[in-house]
Design a protein around this ligand. Structure first.
Ligand code: NDP
Ligand code: GDR
Length: 344
């Protein structure tokens, strides 16, 4: 049995990747950082918590010696580095923490691989945020980067270090430049889940109105369960490389708001402009979404749309779930959860 390390096992992708690797017969070492209330609800929802081949390890990405000890202890042959301070908005207020976790954290793992066993295969969770102020449409592996947040800058550093360890030390390091991917397991601070959770609460009478920031931003949103499959495929390839994973479709946050309300059987209309724009429920006349400038970012990424042709041609990867299906799945899950209570 092959052993794999998944850092960030408490997160969205960590949970789906763990589910995938266990289904393929791997022994999975899922790492989490110590907090006063560690929450494994995502692994619980997927039904893999307590699986005999899943071992949960306490590990902080900012501790370099811990990376070395972990590789010795687990004898892992594949390392998937998914742990990060992953929230773009927060990175403007916490640039140094973001640099240490999201940027340097990857180098701790790469360096540990170089020291302990250079044949270990490494996946780095890179991001479309590295394109930032986009230099070409759509974005491919060849598009120049222009990050627009401390998060994007930290991820770009980790990306180039992965490429550098590949070229200078022969490490099998892959960088997956993944566009936004969502699911019912998405954190509630990210916009799609904030919307589906809010819409479900409005439908259930638990919330009056959703407050958002820039609803003109355009994103290329896919389904997370399909994207973790691509991560695994990258590490099974003959040689290490950089790949974009994306759907090739872009929509505004406003479009997603409309879609989510429709999934909860609301008919809404947008009225007004700029910070005065609102969404009104046509049936009741109530305002169900308004703009709160508090959610605007100091610098924004306006438009993302990826071209995943290379991943399709070389790995056989392609997305299957469309945005309407994804949105419906998320609203449905949030209706169920909010109706039943619990921690998620
Ligand atoms: P999440 O925010 O859901 O998960 C991030 C994980 O990192 C959590 O398990 C978190 O633990 C962990 N973590 C944070 N800081 C540390 C630390 N110091 N030491 C150890 N672990 C830490 O992210 P996603 O699952 O959505 O994304 C996975 C990765 O992919 C991230 O690196 C993200 O930046 C990147 N990415 C995500 C995309 C997306 O659309 N989802 C797109 C492109 C890239 P805790 O629970 O304790 O906070
Ligand atoms: P993003 O995702 O920044 O693309 O990073 P997020 O869902 O946070 O924002 C997407 C867009 O929506 C706009 N927006 C809001 N965002 C949030 N969170 N809350 C709001 O109220 C709101 N209103 C409007 C944002 O300004 C932005 O334009 C995600 C993360 O998963 C990263 O880790 C990952 O690398 C990228 O996706 C690809």
């Amino acid at each position: 049995m092959i052993a794999a390390i998944v850092t960030g096992v408490t997160g969205q992708d960590g949970a789906y990747l763990t589910e995938l690797l266990l289904s393929k017969g791997y022994v999975v070492y899922g790492t989490y950082r110590r907090t006063s209330s560690v929450n494994f609800w995502r692994l619980g929802e997927l039904g893999v918590l307590g699986h005999p081949n899943l071992h949960l390890l306490e590990y902080d990405l900012t501790d370099p010696s811990a990376s070395i000890r972990m590789l010795h202890k687990t004898q892992a042959k594949e390392v998937y580095n998914l742990a990060a301070q992953s929230f773009v908005g927060v990175s403007f207020d916490q640039p140094m923490t973001t640099a240490q976790i999201t940027g340097l954290g990857a180098v701790h793992l790469l360096e540990a691989i170089r020291i302990v066993d250079p044949s270990i295969r490494f996946y780095q969770a890179s991001t479309s945020e590295m394109f930032g102020k986009v230099q070409a449409v759509p974005q491919t592996e060849e598009t120049p980067f222009y990050p627009r947040s401390p998060y994007g800058v930290a991820k770009l550093y980790a990306h180039w270090m992965t490429v550098n360890y590949r070229e200078s030390h022969g490490i099998f390091g892959c960088s997956g430049v993944l566009f936004n991917h969502e699911s019912p397991l998405r954190g509630r601070e990210f916009v799609t889940r904030k919307i589906t959770d809010g819409v479900a609460k409005i439908r259930l009478g638990q919330l009056a109105c959703l407050e958002l920031g820039n609803i003109d931003a355009r994103r290329d949103w896919g389904f997370a369960r399909e994207y973790v499959q691509g991560m695994w495929q990258m590490l099974q390839a003959d040689r290490p490389d950089t790949y974009v994973l994306a759907t090739g479709r872009t929509e505004t946050v406003r479009d997603f708001v409309r879609m989510a309300f429709r999934a909860a059987e609301f008919d809404i209309a947008f009225e007004g402009e700029g910070n005065d724009e609102v969404a009104v429920d046509k049936a009741s006349g109530r305002v169900v979404m308004r703009i709160n400038p508090q959610f605007h970012r100091p610098a924004e990424v306006d438009l993302l749309i990826g071209d995943a042709t290379k991943a399709r041609d070389q790995l056989g990867w392609q997305p299957r779930t469309n945005l309407e299906e994804l949105c419906y799945m998320m609203v449905e899950a949030d209706m169920r959860r909010n109706a039943g209570g619990g921690s998620f």
